[in-house]
Design a protein around this ligand. Structure first.
Ligand code: GUN
Ligand code: ZN
Length: 429
């Protein structure tokens, strides 16, 4: 049986560091991970594992750090080509840049080309799993899943449903949203490592009828996740109030249509009211923090104090409202937003959010996001001195956290020394 023994520095977690603090993390300066049949089959000190597994192929990374692959809990792969578009806030940004680009994804060849480019970029940045929005076109969903499947990725996505307040060519209907989503769900959910997510874009672009139709579909498939946007910008919230005068708040527009539940992923969730927080806690929903997007589009400062309690919180790029494909850059932005809110997130907490935190939000933490026995061997190996600026700072470090923090704050794809998908190398730096 083919076995690979990866040697390097290891960081693992015994508990949630947002609850327990950095003591929840374990560091092995000379650790090892044994990969067998695409899974993690042994973990420990390098010398012990070498003695136990003499037949394994050895890959010695020296001082490099072995981590679970990064998990991006909210992205829009169709926005790859319009990332870093200047000067607009949410609603104008959607109308000026996003919708015209998303219109192109009815073209199967174009969708396939962007999906290919998108996964090249995310893998180069050490991201091994993404939960993405597609466009209203079923072709855009097929293109994403076909690319992910060809690369052996664990990936999640859904058709983005909209039946109002979007241009001609980018609207479906309540019935078409239900029918198309159902067909795609049956086609892709549970195939290899793929999962379908029911995806109403957000309340302003869905009629109550469409929200109800997707709520009904979710009730028929409670094992599926449901993803949408919630309370990202104050103008958006005011618009929702006007569109749904009977709703108690923004969350209620989902709740009233069967779109609030433990499998719900609510992106952004910055400007929440007390009732919304109570309900999210009660149902055990997940929030997704998208820090580069929140600063880039000017949305506001997410309250990371919500993490570590009843509400699961994942971390995400929100490409292309977010300004980077890199989860390192995303961790740095989460740190900066934390600082602006008076809370310095520890490097252990940032790494956890980008791995196990996102995995828990996506309900896949029994499969990926952790270095633990039996987990799928989706791994990233970081070079902690990938540029002169980082290297000169890391050289002074006394602890693994001091050595890692400059890579979190200043690192990019040059820090990604190796990426493994189910044990196989896909990217060598
Ligand atoms: N709200 C509704 N759609 C979008 C989107 O594509 N990006 C962001 N950031 N917010 C949204
Ligand atoms: Zn989004």
């Amino acid at each position: 049986m083919a076995e690979t023994l990866l040697i390097g520095q290891l960081v693992r977690f015994d508990a949630d560091p947002l609850v327990e603090g950095p003591a929840a993390a374990r560091h092995d300066a000379r650790g090892a991970v044994l990969i067998r049949d695409g899974k993690i089959a042994d973990i420990g000190q390098a010398d012990d594992l070498r003695a136990r597994h003499t037949g394994a192929e050895l890959v010695d990374h020296g001082q490099r750090l072995i981590l679970p692959g990064f998990i991006d809990a909210h992205a829009h792969y169709p926005q790859t080509g319009i990332i870093a578009s200047w000067g607009k806030r949410l609603i104008d940004w959607l109308n000026s840049y996003t919708f015209p680009e998303e219109m192109r994804f009815g073209d199967r060849a174009y969708a396939a080309e962007v999906a290919r480019r998108y996964f090249d970029l995310t893998l180069a940045n050490g991201t091994t799993t993404v939960a993405s929005y597609c466009t209203i076109h079923p072709e855009s969903v097929d293109a994403y899943f076909e690319q992910a499947r060809a690369r052996g990725l664990r990936a999640l996505a859904g058709k983005t449903c909209m039946d109002r307040n979007a241009p001609d060519g980018l609207r479906d209907s309540a019935q078409a949203a239900y029918d198309d989503s159902k067909t795609l769900l049956h086609k892709w959910h549970g195939v290899d490592r793929l999962s379908y997510i029911i995806t109403p874009r957000f309340s302003p672009t869905s009629t109550p009828g469409q929200l109800s139709a997707l709520g009904a579909l979710w009730a028929e498939h409670p094992d599926c996740l449901m993803q949408t946007h919630l309370s990202e910008q104050t103008d958006e919230i005011a618009w929702v109030k006007g569109l749904f005068p009977e709703a108690r708040d923004y969350l209620d527009t989902y709740e009233a249509h069967g779109l609030l539940g433990a499998g719900g992923l609510y992106g952004h969730a910055i400007h929440l009211e007390p009732r919304e927080l109570d309900r999210l806690r009660e149902v055990g929903a997940a929030l997704v923090h998208c820090p580069t997007s929140n600063t880039f589009i000017g949305s506001g400062l997410f309250d990371m104090g919500l993490a570590g309690g009843a509400i699961r919180v994942g971390l995400a790029t929100d490409t292309g409202g977010g300004s980077s494909f890199s989860m390192l850059r995303t961790m740095a932005a989460a740190y900066e937003i934390g600082q602006l809110r008076g809370r310095a997130l520890h490097p252990a907490q940032l790494i956890w959010l980008a791995t196990e935190g996102s995995a828990r939000a996506l309900r896949i933490a029994d499969k990926v996001g952790r270095i633990a026995l039996g987990m799928e061997a989706d791994l990233v190996v970081l070079d902690l001195g990938s540029t002169p600026a980082i290297e000169q700072r890391a050289r002074r470090a006394d602890t693994i956290w001091e050595a890692l923090f400059p890579t979190i704050m200043m690192g990019d794809d040059r820090a990604i020394a190796e990426v493994r998908i189910a044990g196989r190398t896909v990217q060598a730096g």
